[in-house]
Write a protein that binds this ligand. Sequence first.
Ligand SMILES: Nc1ncnc2c1ncn2[C@@H]1O[C@H](COP(=O)(O)OP(=O)(O)OP(=O)(O)O)[C@@H](O)[C@H]1O
Length: 244
Amino acid sequence: MILSADRVGFAYRTGRPALTDVSLDVRAGRNVALVGESGAGKTTLLRLLLGLTRPTSGTIRYDGNPLARGNLRDYRRAVQAVFQDPYSSLDPRQRIGRIVAEPLRGLGLDTDPARVADALDAVGLPADTAGRYPHEFSGGQRQRIAIARAIVGNPRLLLADEPVSALDLTTRVRIVDLLASLCAERDLTILLVSHDLGVVAELCEHTAVLEHGRLVEQGDTASVLGAPSHPYTRKLLSSVPRLP
Ligand SMILES: Nc1ncnc2c1ncn2[C@@H]1O[C@H](COP(=O)(O)OP(=O)(O)OP(=O)(O)O)[C@@H](O)[C@H]1O
C-alpha cells in the first residue's frame, strides 16, 4: 500500500462537510480513478492526499504510517502531482530546465542537468527544451513539461487532477498513452481525477465514485463502469455523451 485514506473527513469553514468517512487505498501498480460530479469533493481529497491540507477527522497513511513530521520527506519525494491547466502551472519567467528541476531543489537533491534531460526524454521532449520558456510550447507540450517535473525525482505515485481535460482530443490521447507508458516503465502508480470515463477506463484498474463527499461505490473499473451498483454511478455513466 502506498497511500491510504482511513475514514477521512474534511470540512471547510463554511457549508456542509466536503468529505465524510472516506476510505481509499492506493496500491503499487494499481491505478485508481476518482470520479464524481462537480463539487463532489475530488479536488479536496487530492489536496488531503498531497498533504496540502490536514483532514478534520481520520488518517492519511503513507507506507502504512500516519503522515507525521518524521516521514514527510520520503512522502514528498514519493508523491507528486500534475494539475489540469498546463498554462497556469508553469512559471512563465523560468526556463524549462529550472522548472523541471524544482522538486529536486525542494527536496535538497542533486539537480544534475542529466536528470532533467532524462525526465524530458521520458515525456518525449528534446533535450534543448531545457533552455526554453513555457510560452514557446503548446498545451500538450506544456503538460508533458509538467509531467517531466512530476517524475524527475522518480516518485512512486502521481496524483493527477484532470490532467488531460484542458487539451484537444488528439493531444488527450497522446498524453493518456504517455501516462500509461510511464506507469509501465517507471514503476509509477497514478491516482487520477477525471470526468472522462474513457480516460478512466484506459488508465485505471480501480475506480472510486464520490457523491457529496462520500464514497458511494468502489472496485474494479470494469465492474464499476460495466455494471454499476449505485444509482449515482448509473447517473454519472448515463450523462457521458455517446458517439453516434
Ligand atoms: N476553499 C473552499 N472553501 C469553502 N468551500 C470549498 C472550498 N473549496 C471547495 N469547497 C466546497 O467543497 C466541496 C467539494 O469541492 P471540490 O472542489 O473538492 O469538488 P470537486 O469534486 O473537485 O469539483 P470539480 O469537479 O468542480 O473540481 C464543494 O461543495 C465546494 O463548494
